[in-house]
Design a protein around this ligand. Structure first.
Ligand code: HBI
Ligand code: FE
Length: 288
């Protein structure tokens, strides 16, 4: 998503990191984390890719309260060389890529309020840490996230961030995976959302399309509501292979010459798992 110019917030370091200041969290903030965690932990086990649950366990995220980034990073570092650093909110794209390329995952330190429990504009600590961090303990996905950061730095130099951002959106944030002929969740934006964890697998409304890099990078996405299309990968190994083996420079040139694809469109060449009715999106638009 094209970003307004962000100003470095008061007190943030050159790389926009801030102390997590774990001792400053209130009991209410810890309780909010526990409430969100319990709701997801109850409903995810047979929906989410098993590697996600393995990551939760290995990182001891199952213990109550907001995770302490220092403890989390110590375990994560041993597993895949990643660490979690606190930032005040969205950081400029280039910096975001820098952090990923150096195996640093930037996470908001704030947590949503009870009024925001089912929708908030900016990623909070539950989205970032519960949604994104468990899979960073998986070596192949950890490599993919670093490769994405390196790719982002190159894309920045070619004015191709918007196309590359779609890859992040439709995999890291809202990706689905096929395992033994069942579809499972792995995208952080889905697994950190109660409603979308149900909708993304069970609803007849959205399209579910086999991963195709170029097709995906032409496809627009929703930032304000559930996705109208999801892309399905066959494995993290396959996702990593398809991206690191691609020379993006010619791909970006081809993309320049091709039109965007609408969020609800299906193409003749698509490998279609679900031809969505888009009934949810239509109902939302009617009530808007
Ligand atoms: N900053 N803190 C933070 N978290 C993100 O997920 C994030 C960001 N900046 C940019 C960004 N994501 C996306 O636009 C990337 O695809 C570039
Ligand atoms: Fe995210």
């Amino acid at each position: 998503m094209a970003q307004m110019t962000l100003e470095r917030p008061e007190g943030a370091a050159e790389d926009w990191t801030i102390p997590q200041d774990w001792d400053a969290y209130s009991p209410a903030e810890h309780a909010m984390w526990d409430r969100l965690f319990e709701r997801q932990a109850k409903m995810l086990p047979d929906r989410v890719v098993p590697e996600f649950m393995d990551g939760l366990d290995m990182l001891r995220m199952t213990k109550p309260g907001i995770p302490d980034f220092e403890e989390l990073s110590e375990r994560l570092m041993k597993a895949t060389g990643w660490q979690v650093v606190a930032v005040p909110g969205l950081v400029p794209d280039r910096l975001f890529f820098e952090h990923l390329a150096n195996r640093r995952f930037v996470a908001g330190r704030f947590i949503r309020t009870p009024e925001q429990i089912d929708y908030l504009q900016e990623p909070d600590i539950f989205h970032d840490v519960f949604g994104h961090v468990p899979l960073l303990a998986n070596p192949v996905f950890a490599d993919y996230m670093q490769a994405y950061g390196e790719g982002g730095l190159r894309a920045d130099g070619m004015g191709a961030i918007d196309h590359l951002a779609r890859l992040y959106w439709y995999t890291v944030e809202f990706g689905l995976i096929r395992q033994n002929d069942a579809l499972k969740l792995y995208g952080a934006g889905i697994v950190s959302s109660y409603g979308e964890s149900i909708y993304a697998l069970d609803s007849a409304s959205p399209n579910r399309i086999g991963f195709d890099l170029k097709r995906l990078m032409r496809t627009k996405y929703r930032i304000d509501d559930y996705q109208q299309s999801y892309f399905v990968i066959d494995s993290f190994e396959d996702l990593l292979k398809r991206t690191v083996e691609t020379d993006f420079a010619p791909l970006y040139r081809e993309l320049e010459a091709e039109s965007d694809i609408e969020v609800d469109a299906l193409l003749a060449q698509d490998k279609i798992y679900t031809r969505g009715t888009q009934s949810y999106a239509r109902a939302q638009a009617a009530n808007a």
